[in-house]
Design a protein around this ligand. Structure first.
Ligand SMILES: Nc1ncnc2c1ncn2[C@@H]1O[C@H](COP(=O)(O)OP(=O)(O)OP(=O)(O)O)[C@@H](O)[C@H]1O
Ligand SMILES: [Mg+2]
Length: 347
């Protein structure tokens, strides 16, 4: 075996955060090598369906495709909803992460993150997708646990911590101590629901129809959980189609309106954290007063969300470093470091 073979063998194991919005891949001894939208563009030619694009390229096409092409988000509802397309997507990302166009290199061990509340059927679907994509051995890890490891929380110690992972499809709250999840709660509310809330507000209030991508862009530009302290309230231009006249039109929208539109999903996120706190054992609750709440996931980047959550719970709140990659990073460490091995479940 040459030195090159040895290297490629050692580096073929992976950890994958298969998110509803983004898939992030961690390669053993390399770290996070890929983060792309969980979107696949399919085209139908002469009755045969094939994959046209995956990831960022496919996301750019969303809402802009001709009839014979459609974009799919195979994980839309927090779990695999379209197994076949998910498998294609996983295969594509694994090959890309391994830096090659052909077959998968070796038969890697793969760690995949699953939502803590997922059913046996959902877990099996994830395992099957990874096995069919060429994995030798599939391990599962609970998402809040991976998020906590990625955020450098002392998960194996007898100290309780609380992590709130706000993704595209779900918000998961996990209370972790001594290497286990002692409590977890989740709601199917995250970034997607925020986008929906913005789109329906713009439709109702301004008679303007906007696509999913536009709604998300407005959220990134202007979204906030509450208004900040500065006196000037920012605004942005939104372009869409006039519902009455059917022609393109643009309007100016203020941050105040977006905050109002986001009140419901943001309220639901705060609510699930409160519920989790009420169900946390007292010794761990005491630890959380000291350690505070740590937020991960793209949704945690919503402006002023940490502030609002802190005001509502009376606890310190911080956003983890690199919140979008935190889960994959934690799963990758669980794969690499023997002290976390007990945390992985064989699939
Ligand atoms: N700066 C930001 N402000 C608000 N939302 C953001 C920001 N950046 C990213 N997001 C949102 O975060 C979401 C994606 O987060 P993430 O990648 O953690 O989700 P995911 O892991 O794919 O989903 P899930 O964990 O629910 O399966 C998207 O809805 C995106 O719009
Ligand atoms: Mg996630």
């Amino acid at each position: 075996m040459s030195l090159f073979d040895l290297f490629s063998f050692a580096s073929s194991d992976l950890a994958i955060d298969l998110g509803t919005a983004n898939t992030v891949v961690y390669v053993r001894n390399q770290g996070v090598v890929l983060a792309e939208p969980s979107v696949v563009a399919l085209q139908v030619l002469n009755g045969v369906t094939s994959v046209l694009a995956v990831g960022s390229d496919a996301k750019l096409m969303m809402g802009r495709t001709p009839d014979h092409i459609k974009t799919v988000r195979p994980l839309r509802n927090g779990v695999i909803s379209d197994l076949e397309v998910s498998e294609q997507m996983i295969k594509h990302f694994i090959r890309k992460a391994q830096g090659q166009r052909g077959r998968m290199r070796g038969h890697p061990e793969i760690v995949i993150c699953v939502p803590s509340g997922s059913t046996q059927v959902e877990r099996r679907a994830i395992r099957d997708a990874a096995s069919n994509a060429g994995a030798r051995k599939v391990w599962l890890i609970d998402e809040p646990m991976a998020a906590a490891i990625g955020a450098d929380l002392p998960v194996t110690h007898p100290i309780g911590s609380m992590v709130v992972d706000i993704g595209g499809g779900t918000t998961e709250v996990g209370v972790i101590s001594v290497g286990g999840l002692s409590m977890s709660m989740s709601v199917r509310v995250g970034g997607d629901r925020m986008d929906d809330a913005i789109a329906s507000h713009v439709r109702r209030r301004h008679n303007l129809l906007i696509g999913e991508s536009t709604a998300e862009r407005i959220k990134l530009e202007l979204g906030a959980a509450c208004l900040g302290k500065s006196r000037t309230v920012p605004s942005a231009i939104i372009k869409g189609r006039d519902l009455a006249k059917g022609v393109p039109r643009e309007i100016t929208i203020s941050q105040e309106e977006i905050v109002e539109a986001l009140a419901e999903p943001v309220g639901q996120i705060i609510e699930v954290v409160r519920n989790a706190l009420e169900n946390t054992p007292p010794e761990i609750a005491a630890d959380i007063i000291d350690g505070g709440i740590v937020m991960t996931g793209g949704g945690s980047l919503l402006a002023n969300l940490g502030q609002l959550l802190s005001d509502e719970t009376g606890l310190p709140v911080r956003v983890a470093d690199n919140p979008l990659n935190c889960v994959a990073l934690g799963a990758g460490r669980a794969l690499e470091d023997a002290i976390y091995r007990g945390i992985l479940h064989p699939a």
